[in-house]
Design a protein around this ligand. Structure first.
Ligand code: PGA
Length: 246
């Protein structure tokens, strides 16, 4: 049985004053019976690391540079993240694909850069509403995942995959458990053809996961937890989602 993983994606939210009680409340609510992490904006990572030092709660970044080091103003390398205990880096979130024009190959290269430093990439895939309505969901997510599988090669089994339908992100419109499971099963099959570790890999669902829909989503056979945006900013909601996964 795969242990579930719940990851909060704070996006560009937070402040030192707001983070402190949120992190403390999550730490106080443990244990959850699942793995729990938050991916915070870069300036807050050390605050999370300090608040959760020595415990089993994990933390990650929301992006990582494809480069090792050098003249890349504004970028943060995987080595820098790894240096102080970063466990995860989200790569290929639809907001980055959309607003920063990140290609499938760039996303794959970022995943590789993270893994090379021992930071687990959480690779996001997902279709837009237009793509779903055109019946292109399967082709889109397979293409996105295929670039990463190809680039990571024998290390493909080390990533976490997050299926996040773009139409469900921040909209309050969640994929039904059946819709999500269907895509997760497809992704699992694709991974199975590529790595002997597919059956132990974690596939997260993301997109308007809330306390009241988490349990049925997480009960699906190929859904191993969630990537939580809006609800990860409210301690009670996030804790309830973690409990639903435990
Ligand atoms: P949401 O965001 O939970 O607010 O829909 C999820 C995500 O973008 O990771």
């Amino acid at each position: 049985m795969r242990r579930k993983l719940v990851v909060g994606n704070w996006k560009m939210h937070g402040s030192r004053a707001a983070n402190e009680p949120l992190l403390a409340a999550i730490a106080q609510a443990r244990p959850f019976g699942c793995d729990v992490a938050v991916c915070a904006p870069f300036p807050y990572l050390s605050e999370v690391a300090l608040a959760w030092a020595g415990g089993d709660l994990r933390w990650g970044a929301q992006d990582v540079s494809v480069h090792e080091q050098g003249a890349y103003t504004g970028e943060v390398s995987a080595a820098m993240l790894a240096e102080f205990g970063c466990r995860y880096a989200i790569v290929g979130h639809s907001e980055r694909r959309q607003y920063h024009h990140e290609s499938d190959q760039l996303v794959a290269d970022k995943a590789k850069a993270a893994l090379a430093r021992g930071v687990t990439p959480i690779v996001c895939v997902g279709e837009s509403l237009a793509q779903r309505e055109a019946g292109e969901t399967d082709a889109v997510v397979k293409r996105q995942l295929s670039a990463v599988i190809h680039t990571l090669a024998h290390c493909a089994g080390e990533m976490v995959v997050a299926y996040e339908p773009v139409w469900a992100i921040g909209t309050g419109r969640t994929a039904t458990p059946e819709q999500a499971q269907a895509v997760h099963a497809l992704l699992r099959a694709q991974l199975q053809a590529a790595t002997p570790h597919a059956s132990r890999m974690k596939l997260l669902y993301g997109g308007s996961v809330k306390a009241d829909n988490a349990r049925t989503l997480f009960a699906q056979p190929d859904i191993d937890g969630g990537l939580i945006g809006g609800a990860s900013l409210k301690a009670d909601d996030f804790i309830a989602i973690c409990r639903a996964a435990g």
